[in-house]
Design a binder for this molecule. Structure first.
Ligand SMILES: [Zn+2]
Length: 338
């Protein structure tokens, strides 16, 4: 069935009474939503996060698209195709959630298991930098291909770390739920139903060169008209992963939600960036314990390489001894480094 017919059928189901003629036919570019910033996709790069509101429906949304950022994350390691796609989707999701929650520091999405796929980790900071990694059990008999390779009882964790206004230690909030659903979008939708009791819809898409995500959430309270959420979902359901990857943000907002008069709330660039630092590597070494940290000394120097960005850090025996002489409490490191 042609896409336009699918859209028409779904819209009718949702009893959308207003005409969809403008969305179902070719829309001249001069009719597109005017914004102060051009679509970066005109330059071949579209690394950005866009927040918008469907005021009558009482629905808020976030759209994320990554080109160069994703290629940089992907280039750090050779992943099986299915795992690269999952990492891309998780990366898009981490950015989507920073557009949704109050994040002054950073937000990470982590899936942990005990199978051939050990960890899927993606992080986005308030400054708009992203990084991500998939950790694979190198002794597994076959390379992992998908979420089933997380093994039994996998866990999904979403962690927000905000700088503390008073103390030195950042404030951490972590939501932890059993991983449910056969794909990432179902797992995240389940997470939001459990943690916020707010209806949420997600679409994630990734290919070799691009990743993208779209998230809709019903506003808390009684905002919006009676069938606003149903109407927004019916429009959302017409979007294919290919369109999500292909369409610049103005095209997407216009073709999908023109009838809802979407309001652009914020738009910001995203880029690859790593938040590793000597202090964080020191905390990671402390969390290993003195014996293991000393065992890392080879040729008189412990060399630690950040798996996210490749940055190297060196520690002498005196440095290592100093870490444990201070008696500081070890801080759990969310990422493994070597
Ligand atoms: Zn790094």
């Amino acid at each position: 069935m042609p896409q336009s017919c699918v859209r028409r059928a779904l819209s009718a189901t949702a009893q959308v009474v207003r005409t969809h003629a403008s969305r179902l036919h070719h829309i001249p570019s001069k009719m597109m939503i005017q914004t102060t910033m051009p679509d970066a996709s005109a330059t071949g790069q579209d690394d950005r996060l866009t927040r918008f509101l469907l005021p009558e429906a009482g629905v808020r949304g976030v759209r994320v698209h990554l080109d160069d950022t994703w290629r940089q994350i992907r280039s750090r390691a050779e992943y099986p195709e299915g795992i690269a796609r999952l990492l891309g989707e998780a990366t898009a999701a981490s950015a989507l959630f920073t557009g949704h929650a109050k994040v002054d520091g950073r937000l990470s999405v982590q899936l942990r298991g005990s199978g051939a796929l050990r960890t899927l980790f993606a992080e986005c900071t308030a400054a708009g930098t992203l990084r991500g990694i998939a950790q694979i059990d190198e002794e597994a008999t076959a390379p992992p291909q998908g979420l089933a390779d997380l093994g039994p009882n996998p866990v999904l964790a979403i962690t927000i770390e905000n700088p503390s206004p008073h103390g030195r230690d950042p404030q951490r909030y972590q939501g932890l739920v059993p991983m449910e659903g056969g794909d990432l979008r179902s797992a995240f939708e389940h997470y939001f139903v459990q943690s916020e009791q707010l209806p949420t819809r997600l679409l994630l898409a990734a290919d070799e060169h691009r990743v993208a995500g779209l998230m809709l959430q019903k506003l808390p309270g009684d905002g919006g008209d009676a069938d606003g959420w149903t109407r927004a979902c019916a429009l959302f359901d017409t979007l294919t992963p290919e369109e999500l990857l292909d369409w610049p943000r103005t095209t997407l907002l216009h073709r999908l939600f023109h009838e809802e008069a979407p309001e652009l709330l914020a738009d910001k660039p995203l880029q690859f960036g790593c938040s590793c630092s000597r202090e964080r590597v020191e905390a990671m070494l402390q969390s290993l314990g003195q014996e293991e940290a000393e065992a890392a000394l080879a040729d008189g120097v412990a060399r630690v390489r950040c798996e996210f960005c490749g940055q190297g850090y060196e520690f002498t025996p005196t440095d290592i001894a100093g870490l444990f002489a201070q008696g500081s409490a070890p801080m759990p490191a969310p990422e493994r480094m070597q």
